[in-house]
Design a protein around this ligand. Sequence first.
Ligand SMILES: Nc1ncnc2c1ncn2[C@@H]1O[C@H](COP(=O)(O)OP(=O)(O)OP(=O)(O)O)[C@@H](O)[C@H]1O
Length: 965
Amino acid sequence: MLKALTRCSSRVPLGAHLHGYVPAREPVSTLLRVPRGHNRSPHLFRRFFCSDSTDGSDPVDPAGSDMKRVEAGEETPESKSSSAIVPTVVKPEDCLTVIALPLPHRPLFPGFYMPIYVKDPKLLAALVESRKRQAPYTGAFLLKDEEGTEGSDAEKNIYDLKGKDLLNRLHEVGTLAQITSIQGDQVVLIGHRRLRITEMVSEDPLTVKVDHLKEKPYDKDDDILKATSFEVISTLRDVLKTSPLWRDHAQTYTQHIGDFTYPRVADFGAAISGANKLQCQQVLEELDVHKRLKLTLELVKKEMEISKIQESIAKAIEEKISGEQRRYLLNEQLKAIKKELGLETDDKTALSAKFRERLDPKKEKIPQHVLQVIEEELTKLQLLEASSSEFNVTRNYLDWLTALPWGEYSDENFDVIQAQKILDEDHYGLTDVKERILEFIAVGKLRGTSQGKIVCLSGPPGVGKTSIGRSIARALNRKFYRFSVGGLSDVAEIKGHRRTYIGAMPGKMVQCLKSVGTANPLVLIDEIDKLGRGHAGDPASAMLELLDPEQNANFLDHYLDVPIDLSKVLFVCTANVVEMIPNPLLDRMEVISIAGYITDEKMHIARDYLEKTTREACGIKPEQVEVTDSALLALIENYCREAGVRNLQKQIEKIYRKIALQLVRQGAQVQPDEVKAQSGSVSNETAVERVEAETVDRSIDKKDSGNAVEAEIVDSPADQIPTSLDQSGTLEDTLEAEKTKETPAAEKLEKVLVDSSNLVDFVGKPVFHAERIYDQTPVGVVMGLAWTAMGGSTLYIETTPVEQGEGKGALNLTGQLGDVMKESAQIAYTVARAILLEKDPENPFFGNTKLHLHVPAGATPKDGPSAGCTMITSLLSLAMNKPVKKDLAMTGEVTLTRKILPIGGVKEKTIAARRSDVKTIIFPSANRRDFDELAPNVKEGLEVHFVDDYAQIYNLAFGENLQTQ
Ligand SMILES: Nc1ncnc2c1ncn2[C@@H]1O[C@H](COP(=O)(O)OP(=O)(O)OP(=O)(O)O)[C@@H](O)[C@H]1O
């Protein structure tokens, strides 16, 4: 059984589908929608719309259609076969019975072509037959959709339909269509006039009786009609303009739009709109012209909106595309620029060439195993994808490997005298350090090469540990690199990260070598005593590997992964407290302690180094300022009593900043006169001022010299100012006066004098008050000597009775004493009781008195055993009600058998004692050597006793005789 009765399909290209009229296999030039490049003659349009009529007559002359096709240069199969014009017999209006042709997609509007495919052979044969019978007409009716079906589904269902069933599925109103050509199963129709089915005549093929429909009569000059029609036309024009798809048609169409009647305008609008088939059918069924126009207007307006949206979408996409194109272009340019500059990242060859270029000059010096790794990595680089992460890792690795100073050494200075000069230039004193460096140079000179060493400079803050490090590097002509390990807790900081980690970096030492560019720098490792505990590995062990001369010839950084030779590096570490340095590290270091400075040393440092550098830093000339010795002394004694000189430096900077301000302020007042003087001939008045200023300067400079010439100038009245040699009396003064003419204003300013009297104006009130609380220590109070990380200091041990009574003897301790110091106090109590018992057996003091021992200042934690002898003395002084000798200070650990053990920090303690105007110091005998090594200026004026038994202290403190045990 024939499945498909009628299969009508249209192959609809995108865009054309919107309007439902497509050029299928029909020769394109005969269609209203003419694709680009084909003949789009206005004749075609005129052909379909010129024979318009208001009475609903055919817009196309069916009789002439074939003739016109021939005119248009086309051939129909019939014209081909007969090569003659066949006159039509049947007129459209005579067609009252037609074969019903179902249209699945859109209705056919009068005046439009529509190609359809007829798959039902019976129907097709009937159509061919009717054409042969000179009645080439059929009724084209839109198919109704079956409920729940749409599009191709709806089409599918009609193939089984016949007779009545098919009739029921057809819309009642359709179009009388002329069959213009049949080629195979393709039938091309032209719509003529509206029809309505009245009854079925035969079933297969479906033939129906029809009524011809006419538009309701309308007034051509009706304004509303006119306006609506114009609105449709103008909207259509807009749509066609904005929609690039139909732009070409718009031109042609608008040229002929004037030929249209109102019903045709409505049909045209509906036909080309993208409205769905039901909306089109509605327009087709509408016989009231005004209503039809209104319906069409709605459809074309909607079309307009769609077109606008389409335009904005197109615009947005266009923008995006042009943005992307721009990016692409810029990227290409960037690549070209990078390539030009040799920065091209993905140009592997350029990259390899860059590395090789870097390698070439030092290839001889690079160890073989490192060269091998570099070569391997270079080969790997060529094989890797430039955008891969591995490529970047390899590139960075090669960058580090090739940037290191393999075998590059700076020419070392082996000239001891030159080195000494440099060291003295930068720092006063510090003889131990300087000596050690000179020894190092001497050994290097004799050996011909220098070996790496670890020197550790220990001492309180601000004594110049870091700055001497820099100076040593200068003296040795080595590059200087400093890094602080204070608080460092990650081993990776020292040994680097493994390359597998993202953002991996080599450790500090490799960074140092890259940055200094030599393999024998001086590396200053600051704050080694403050090395962190470490959360990832043990930093102390990593430091050991780095510093140990036994190991560091083959130091392996995790990142670099090839051993590097650090044996030529000179390591200088700094620490405040040596005891805090991990033992294995300390063991490998040469510790040089810098104890701190006494007033005398500070005076030198201030005068010869700090003042000079600060003055230069402030842009002040030496002749513009004078800081007297008394001012410096007051500054050191009352403001800067700590061991180092950092605070002293700050205070001097403060003074010089204030001086600079004063000078600038003065300069602002002097300036106008100066301008006058420099701008032309020198008036007498200005000259007087100049000479006066000069005189003041010199009178300050040569205060006590009693310079006669100076007096003469001062006394000279203004009009007698010497202008020539004979008047001035001396050549020197004339030259001086001449010089002043050219000197800038700032140089002739009044000299600023800083004295002890006006020091307060520069640095404010003294912050330090004497550590010494008592002029003469009372009963129960003795001065001890202590060592702190900030240097030495004096401290008092005070004991006082709290309560008396039979058997009440006890000892209370305060002053933030540590465990060792508390134990030391207990020992002192026992020894003191024993001594008192020995000296005065009748004295029940200790047994009956509750005592309180305190060590000011209460807020400072204290510990250590070295105050043992001081505590005993304090307890005995109270027990015997006898004060100790004036200006006495002591230090020493005591055993229960009254032996005095050695203590640390002799220099610091001596300096502290001097600072507190102590005249007599008692040290343990074992410390005699330390004291003897002190510089004479530190020991100067001190009466020092070395003791090994407490009895000696007792005798010195109380002026009595206690037998040693
Ligand atoms: N003997 C000296 N001669 C000249 N200047 C000195 C001397 N000692 C210290 N200074 C100066 O004191 C300042 C502080 O010194 P530096 O920073 O080296 O102290 P430091 O001992 O390293 O302190 P810290 O332990 O706090 O690091 C520097 O400007 C330095 O030049």
